[in-house]
Design a protein around this ligand. Structure first.
Ligand code: PLP
Length: 420
């Protein structure tokens, strides 16, 4: 079995979620149907909605089920933009952190190229935390033309937890709605929608031990959103599509389990994370930890996140060599057609392109133990040496041609590999 250190990309389904999933998969019934099977499915959906609302500190009427985090972010950003602009055409400015996941970043860029939005990328500090001063400056410059603010709750690459309460406080002074992508935070650190004051918040099941393909957008009761897809209007007329009863039931089981164990699990992961960081830095003194420096706590950094840059090598090469050695990790950012691009998150934090290219994220989750850390540290020095030999130029193909690695890797092609 490989050592899995990529829980931020997706984490294995938990036992209770799998049980709920299989139980409801074998039953039929559309929750919108009026007969007995439909009504039974509807009860499952509504009980699940309640569980997810409780786990996220919301009222059940505030949960809109989606096909995952990407759809939830699209619905929030486009839906808020269109609704706000319809109410006042002057509202075209979107204030957005410069370290958003592509699910938000590309959505905002699409609004700029197709719908006349003006984007302001809010700067972050060297640890990836958004500048509240910059946000204040941008809002104060012209509050009337701001359509929305979007700042993620915690960053998927470097684990930086963002000052969401301050963001909301500033924006709400001027009645500006705030969206947050909480896909990495929900179920991992305390997230309470009501306390946050957010208008919309995106979450995803497969990051917390639920299945892939289901998520939710939390939407405050007084928030107006323009739908992005049209059809049966199943979810408050804002989101259409037959609800995935089994996926939703499994999502609820995972959310309930995560909420119940949150403090205990976060503390366990913090200890493991800190030991991983220390062990990596002992094994490779050149490795530079990126993201907030925080020992023994998870207020500033996600409990399962350790992110480094390794000088003199391509992150993709290191990933590939580690994979060959049985350790699965991630560079954390997107690559196109097999060509790695430096992460926009690391560039926003002030790294040079060459520094950013050596990125490697090790992320821990509910199946992680200290033996995973031991296994990583056992192979890392050799893997780093091999990846360094390949240098910065050729990445994976260089390693393959150099014959360092025997197994063929599926790394080229025209697919863009999404960021996780
Ligand atoms: N937002 C963040 C911060 C993520 O890490 C991810 C997952 O990669 C997403 C959004 C997309 O979520 P999903 O995979 O459910 O579409």
């Amino acid at each position: 079995m490989p050592v899995y250190l990529d829980h931020a990309a997706t984490t294995p389904i938990t036992g209770t979620a799998l049980a709920a999933f299989t139980q409801h998969l074998s039953r039929s019934g559309n929750p919108s149907s009026l007969h007995g099977s439909g009504r039974r499915a509807r009860i499952v959906v509504e009980e699940s909605r309640e569980k997810i609302a409780v786990a996220g500190g919301a009222h059940r009427s505030e949960i809109i089920f989606t096909s995952g985090g990407t759809e939830a972010n699209n619905l929030a950003v486009k839906g808020l933009y269109w609704a706000r602009r319809a109410a006042d055409p002057a509202r075209r400015r979107i204030l957005c952190s410069s370290v958003e996941h592509h699910a938000v970043q590309d959505t905002v860029e699409w609004l700029a190229s197709h719908e006349g939005a003006d984007i302001v990328w809010l700067p972050v500090d060297a640890h990836g935390v958004v500048s509240i001063e910059a946000l204040e400056h941008e809002i104060e410059a012209d509050p009337g033309n701001v359509a929305l603010v979007s700042v993620m709750w915690a960053n998927n690459e470097v684990g930086a937890v963002q000052p969401i309460h301050d963001v909301v406080e500033l924006a709400h002074r001027h009645g500006i709605p705030v969206h947050s992508d909480a896909v990495q935070a929900f179920g991992t650190i305390p997230v309470n929608f009501a306390d946050s004051g957010l208008d919309t918040m995106a979450v995803s099941a497969h990051k917390i031990g639920g299945p892939v393909g289901v998520g939710a957008l939390f939407v405050g009761r007084s928030v107006s959103l323009t739908p992005t897809q049209h059809g049966g209007g199943q979810e408050r007329d804002v989101r259409s599509g037959t609800l995935d009863t089994a996926g939703i039931a499994a999502f609820a089981a995972a959310a309930e389990f995560a909420a119940l164990n949150l403090t205990q699990e976060a503390n366990r992961l913090v200890e493991l994370r800190d030991s991983l960081i220390e062990a990596v830095q002992r094994a490779i003194p050149e490795a530079i930890l990126r993201g907030p420096l925080e020992q023994g706590d998870y207020a500033k950094r996600l409990p399962g996140n350790a992110h480094f840059t390794f000088p003199g090598c391509e992150g993709d090469s290191l990933l590939f060599v580690l994979d060959m050695a049985g350790v699965e990790s991630s560079t954390g950012s997107a690559c196109t057609a097999g060509v790695p691009r430096p992460s926009h998150v690391l560039l926003a934090m002030g790294l040079t392109e060459s520094e950013a290219r050596g990125a490697q994220r090790f992320s821990l989750g509910h199946t992680s133990t200290s033996s995973d850390v031991d296994a990583l540290v056992a192979v890392l020095p050799g893997a780093y040496a091999s990846a360094r030999k390949a240098g910065m130029a050729g990445h994976v193909s260089t390693i393959q041609t150099a014959g360092t690695i025997s197994r063929a890797g599926n790394v080229s092609g025209t697919m863009r590999q999404g960021e996780k």
